[in-house]
Design a binder for this molecule. Structure first.
Ligand code: C2E
Ligand code: CA
Ligand code: CA
Length: 562
């Protein structure tokens, strides 16, 4: 026995059980050897948070501890779900086979100690100096697993544990929620500025979340996502507005991004924490690509919407084949004489079981799955079909705008198809136009915006859709030569209700004109709105006041009537 300042040999002999207990419950660090033929063990070192013990000539099992006894001790503490596989895999024969195959044997098992779950790493490998022996190392890795290596906030496991303990003690009248966040535009930042900047954005996000939401706990389960437990008092619109408007700058380059959140209100303790996190995540995911909202609260609607989305995505291609999708058309009139100037193509889904589904329901699903491009191609082809038929009977083509999603600009096959339509028939620029929303335009990266430039150079009319719906900035108008600016419905609704709205509409119309663009007002429903817009110099009007979206047949009827 080597020196030990604190314990003499007889003291060891007298308290093996308590030391063993301490090792098992507080530190779990062992270095040992196992004789592969006899299974006899020798402990060199065991470290606990209470005592550093040198076992060089002592062991807790008497003079000849065996590997089998040791495993039984471990198994006694192993969590139920891991006990059986651990029992099978810790057998010496199994361990030796794995070492022969792979060089070593490594497992992380979970123990219950003092009511706490601990993560133990066990590693066995050949003893170089003694071919008949294996060397073993066992240590507590709970602290590593509990924390995220990068931010040192909790990792998922650590977060779950903390929240679990917290909720057990929480007074009934303290209302808390689980928040799952996502950095919208994170990929773009990584692509644009490089990964290191991406990391800085993660730190920035963490700091902002800490400051704004004052979380009780915060963790980083993965990538650009954080999970937080917060008091409901911090869930204010103002706070989410702050999170939604973040700027990352590096040198003279700037990038605006938003931190979006899904929220799960903790109502009882019957839902497992992991589920709560999943639900908050789901809520965040249902915020659509183009949505200007920055948070979503989990409720039954979110759940249904999510289930529907998956259903819609799985049914899309067969629905397309069986003609359940239809192009509808909404006429746009000249403000001056109310004659039809053009139309906008809007998709409709006549679902075989559900009936008519509005695009607001299924487009977000298809945007996240990428399937939107197949639909947009269908819409482009529908417009071409319509005008080809009209040409056949000697009618003039109808000027028609199709909606393009941001995703479409990343779909080379769709973009090449569209470009080829104009290259094959140059007159198509007279009647086939494209609408791009402002948020989609703002998000386009290099290659994608090349397509927009290409279309522009071919003479295609480009419409800026939903202007004024979100983060609108007049610089969008200056950055690209849009042919027509479409004022968002939300704007038009405020006419006569909010004084400022009128002023903003007037100056947007004036600025657009100064830049050489025409202006369409969307969602015009009342005479008052029409009068205001006409007086403000708006060029075109789209809205139920004149026409709702109609089928192709109805459209032709309207056109025939003149
Ligand atoms: P959007 O491009 O802003 O289309 C205008 C929406 O406003 C249409 O809704 C139209 O029916 C509706 N609308 C027009 N006038 C009025 C009015 O006076 N009052 C009210 N309350 N609503 C009016 P819809 O057809 O439900 O389409 C919703 C959105 O779905 C569209 O917004 C567009 O972003 C998207 N969408 C529709 N069809 C397509 C498509 O073929 N491809 C893509 N990518 N998106 C599409
Ligand atoms: Ca549109
Ligand atoms: Ca619009």
């Amino acid at each position: 026995m080597t020196d030990n300042a604190n314990l003499n040999e007889s003291e060891y002999r007298n308290m093996p059980a308590s030391i063993w207990e301490a090792v098992m419950n507080h530190g779990f660090e062992f270095v040992f050897s196992v004789n592969v033929t006899t299974g006899l063990m020798h402990f060199f070192h065991a470290c606990t948070s209470r005592a550093l013990v040198d076992y060089s000539s002592f062991d807790p099992f008497g003079d000849s501890p065996s590997y089998g006894d040791f495993c039984d001790m471990l198994l006694e503490r192993t969590v139920d779900e891991e006990r059986e596989p651990f029992h099978d895999q810790m057998k010496l024969a199994y361990v030796r086979r794995e070492i022969a195959d792979r060089g070593d044997f490594v497992r992380t098992v979970h123990f219950l100690a003092d009511g706490e779950r601990k993560s133990m790493s066990i590693r066995l490998f050949p003893d170089e100096s003694n071919p008949g022996s294996l060397t073993g190392i066992m240590f507590d890795v709970s602290a590593f697993l509990d924390h995220d290596w990068m931010t040192d906030e909790y990792a998922r496991i650590g977060f779950v544990r903390k929240v679990q303990d917290f909720l057990k003690e929480k007074p009934e009248d303290r209302h808390v929620s689980l928040v799952y966040t996502n950095v919208k535009g994170f990929k773009a930042i990584n692509d644009l500025f490089g990964e290191q900047s991406g990391d800085m954005v993660i730190f920035h996000t963490r700091d902002v979340l800490r400051e704004v939401l004052a979380p009780i706990f915060i963790g980083r389960p993965e990538g650009d996502h954080f999970i937080l437990l917060v008091d409901d008092d911090s869930l204010t619109d103002e706070n989410f507005d702050v999170l939604g408007a973040q700027t990352y700058s590096e040198g003279d380059r700037q990038y605006d991004f938003s931190i979006r959140a899904g929220i799960y209100h903790v109502t009882g303790s019957d839902v497992p924490i992991r589920k709560m996190i999943d639900r908050a995540r789901l809520a965040e995911k249902t915020l659509s690509e183009t949505s200007v909202r920055t948070y979503m609260i989990y409720d039954d609607k979110v759940r249904t919407r999510y289930i529907n989305r998956q259903k819609y995505s799985s049914e899309m291609s067969s629905a397309l084949e069986s003609n359940e999708f239809k192009a509808y058309f909404q006429p746009v009139v000249n403000t001056a004489d109310h004659s039809i100037a053009s139309v906008e193509a809007l998709i409709r889904w006549q679902h075989k079981d559900i009936g008519m589904i509005s695009p607001g329901e299924f487009i977000p699903a298809f945007e996240s799955s990428g399937q939107i491009s197949a639909l947009d191609r269908f819409m482009i082809d529908s417009v071409i079909g319509l005008n080809t038929r009209r040409k056949g009977v000697g009618s003039p083509p109808i000027k028609c705008a199709v909606n393009l999603s941001r995703i479409d600009f990343y779909n080379n096959s769709l973009m090449d198809h569209l470009v080829s339509v104009y290259e094959k028939d140059h007159s198509a620029t007279d009647w086939l136009r494209v609408e791009v929303t402002e948020s989609a335009y703002a998000d386009l990266e290099n290659n994608a915006s090349d397509y927009l430039e290409k279309l522009k150079s071919l003479g295609v009319k480009i419409l800026l859709d939903d202007f004024g719906s979100g983060m609108s900035s007049l610089s969008t108008l200056e950055n690209f030569d849009f042919d027509i600016v479409k004022l968002d419905m939300g704007f038009i609704r405020k006419i006569g209700i909010i004084d400022k709205a009128g002023m903003i509409i007037r100056s947007t119309i004036d600025l657009s004109h100064a830049l050489g663009a025409k202006v369409t007002a969307e969602g015009v429903e009342t005479k008052e709105q029409l009068d205001f817009l006409s007086e403000a110099g708006c060029d075109y009007i789209q809205g139920y006041y004149f026409y709702k979206p109609v089928s192709e047949d109805e459209l032709e009827e309207i056109l025939d009537r003149g």
